[in-house]
Write a new protein. Structure first.
Lengths: 338, 329
């Protein structure tokens, strides 16, 4: 397969809208205590993942950290399956076993949703290794935050990927903060992209508030990787509008900083670009936005009405194989009747 | 002396502040401990009070900063390393189990490592398979480490202070779900030191001993209360320390009640209860009137779904069931 035609920008904008409206609903449902545990919103960063989706094929592998709703939605996981996962329902993309931080969707080549900072970066190297091993021209997209670049796993994976010339693109979503720690307080480098140098890896910077910049830079990098397998590192500069997770008031940032990025909103920007070029009317945009809101709202209803995994299935996901459940049950001491 | 009612969180905070005040070699390091005042606010106010050279924010580099702590301890400092949760200590497992406890042996006794690793440990609520590990059986398997698991504000304060003063590596495994719970503690300024390896009877009873620690302590107390209505008198023995283990307290209680339920927050297979069972039957097999029962997690990865999570975790209700089983009630 060769590089696909550039995906339609209006369609990409509608995906960005879907992500935003979906997460606004999720936030509301979290506050209503329909969603438990940790929930990290992506609002503000939509152009990063959608720019990447626009630059890649559906069969390229994608893996990310716990701020993962957008990555699944962008890949084509339904809003229903995404919302149901947060509700802990069996119709969720991980059957309600993973929750917000662990979205998986094999059919859409979405390999998680990983909640230990940095731990999934070596997995991306492994996935890229497998595609090279099999002689495929797939590229692996590995997303992580600015906080992950100081983990040993990051450094080890970078060296391995460079050493074995693995077709993987490491994408650092630099939203300036890891929880309450700014990049200046966590990292000795002036700019994150410079990490690439230490591994003889090509490094690039893209503007994460600008869909087209992300898409175009990644298209170029991915083109090169498909022709000749190698890793690359892209630092995408972006911003999360909300706190780190639902429980973080984000008092470590200034209102002015947040406002500055809001003025540069990725959805507003792409809309303006398309409108200016005569590719999108206001009516069309409104219709798209309305559809996104409806999809998000419908996903809540779907999630509410869905069933949970039956208790008897508790032991079904520990080992595969015909005797998997028996084995898991046997290892539980005095396993009580469920 | 009038006791005060404070939270478990505040008790830990006081222990840290008192030890930082007492010994200039003590410092605290970890993710978000300084400017953010701690992910769970245990270090609230400490940066303001002790300054950035002693309350140190780190990048997300557990393996790195755990190792740094050990190195600093080898040359005379007394680091307190906070893991945002002990689930993340697994990223630093090699440092905690290889470097910290082995140093004394490997150096022929030249280097001890007076470090405290602390942070929340064990089940929380709906945060899934990677974030809720009860790490005590893992660490308990390594000689050279000491491990305590406070369940009350008083124990939290007294054990943490003792841990910081110990000349060996000590793990203080805190219970996140108990951070906001309240209890009576001696007034500030009173030197509260609770020795490692000393269990405490949290409730007297005569029919059965419920051995518990950390999060299972309030469950055991609730179970004991429920059992009272059925005229079963349960003694609640809080281990407080996993290593060293207070065998004497255990044996005394078992010799009195003759029946044992072990309520543990970890998984059953090679869990803390496995070791307890062995030691109890070895020492006083003849005193047992029934096989020992255990209440632990199910041996599965933690599901996010709330109902399934509840099915996996120990609970007061499960303890009641187990007690009735050993009492043939
Ligand atoms: C090994 C590990 N340490 C700590 C944490 C707790 N934690 C979760 S997210 C996070 C911040 C990560 O920030 P960043 O990588 O910049 O991603 P962002 O949240 O900005 O998307 C921390 C410290 C964790 N999940 N795993
Ligand atoms: Mg970040």
């Amino acid at each position: 397969m060769s590089q696909p035609e550039l995906r339609d920008e209006v369609e990409m904008l509608s995906l960005m809208l879907l992500i935003r409206r979906f997460e606004e609903r999720a936030s509301q449902q979290y506050q209503a205590q329909k969603i438990g545990g940790f929930c990290h919103l992506y609002i503000g960063q939509e152009a990063v993942v959608i720019g990447a989706i626009a630059a890649t094929r559906h069969d390229d592998y994608l893996i990310t950290a716990y701020r993962d709703h957008a990555h699944a939605l962008g890949r084509g996981t339904s809003a229903n399956a995404c919302m149901a996962e947060m509700f802990g329902k069996a119709t969720g993309c991980s059957r309600g076993l993973g929750g917000s931080m662990h979205y998986f969707d094999k059919a859409n080549h979405m390999y998680g949703g990983h909640a230990i900072v940095g731990a999934h970066i070596p997995l991306a190297a492994g996935m890229a290794f497998a595609s090279k091993y099999r002689g495929e021209d797939r590229v692996t997209l590995c997303f992580f935050g600015d906080g992950a670049i100081n983990q040993g796993a990051f450094h080890e994976a970078f060296n391995l990927a460079a050493l074995y010339k693995l077709p993987v693109i490491f994408i650092c979503e630099n939203n300036l903060y890891a929880m309450g720690t700014s990049v200046e307080r966590s990292t000795s480098l002036k700019q994150i992209v410079d990490r690439a140098e230490g591994y003889e890896m090509p490094g690039f910077v893209a503007d994460g508030m600008n869909f087209r910049d992300v898409r175009d830079k990644l298209t170029e990098v991915i083109d090169a990787i498909r022709k000749d397998p190698h890793p690359a590192f892209v630092e995408i500069r972006t911003y999360r509008y909300r706190g780190h997770s639902m429980s973080d008031p984000a008092s470590y940032r200034t209102k002015e900083q947040l406002e500055k990025y809001r003025m540069d909103d990725p959805i507003t920007r792409l809309r303006a670009q398309l409108t200016r070029e005569g590719k999108l009317s206001n009516e069309q945009f409104d219709a798209m936005d309305k559809a996104a809101k409806e999809t998000a709202l419908a996903s809540v209803k779907f999630a509410e009405e869905s069933a949970e995994l039956p208790l008897e299935e508790l032991y079904n996901y520990t080992y595969v194989g015909a005797d998997g459940a028996t084995l898991a049950r046997a290892m539980s001491t005095d396993a009580p009747p469920l | 002396m009038t006791m005060r009612e404070i939270t478990y969180r505040q008790a830990l905070n006081e222990a840290l502040a008192e030890e930082l005040e007492r010994d200039p070699n003590v410092f605290l390091m970890g993710e978000e401990v300084a400017q953010y005042n701690g992910a769970y606010k245990i270090s609230q106010g400490l940066l303001d009070r002790f300054g950035p050279s002693r309350i140190i924010d780190t990048p997300i580099s557990e393996n790195g900063f755990a190792g740094m702590g050990i190195g600093a301890a080898m040359v005379g400092l007394r680091p307190i390393v906070e893991f945002m949760t002990f689930s993340f200590s697994l990223v630093a497992f090699d440092q905690v189990v290889n470097n910290a406890p082995n140093m004394l042996t490997m150096s022929g006794g030249q280097f001890n490592v007076p470090i405290t690793f602390r942070g929340p440990n064990g089940p929380a609520h709906q945060i899934g398979a990677t974030h809720m590990h009860a790490t005590e059986p893992l660490y308990a398997n390594f000689p050279g480490l000491k491990i305590c698991t406070p369940a009350t504000p008083r124990d939290a304060k007294g054990l943490l202070k003792t841990a910081i003063r110990d000349d060996n590596p000590v793990l203080v495994l805190e219970a996140e779900l108990l951070y906001s719970s309240k209890g009576l503690v001696e007034p500030e300024g009173h030197e509260l030191l609770i020795p490692l390896g000393q269990a405490e009877i949290k409730r007297q009873g005569s029919d059965v001993t419920i051995i518990c620690y950390a999060q299972t302590v309030p469950m055991a107390l609730a179970a004991a209360e429920a059992l009272e209505e059925e005229e079963i008198s349960a003694e609640v023995l809080d281990l407080r320390s996993i290593k060293p283990l207070d065998m004497e307290a255990i044996l005394n209680s078992v010799a009195k009640t003759h029946r044992v339920v072990i309520a543990e927050q970890d998984r059953p297979y090679c869990g803390i209860g496995s070791e307890l069972c062995y030691r109890i039957q070895k020492e006083i097999f003849d005193e047992l009137d029934a096989p020992i029962a255990r209440v632990a997690q199910e041996d599965v990865a933690m599901p996010y779904n709330e109902r399934l999570e509840k099915a996996v975790l120990p609970s007061a209700a499960k303890i009641v069931t187990a007690v009735k089983k050993v009492c043939y009630a």
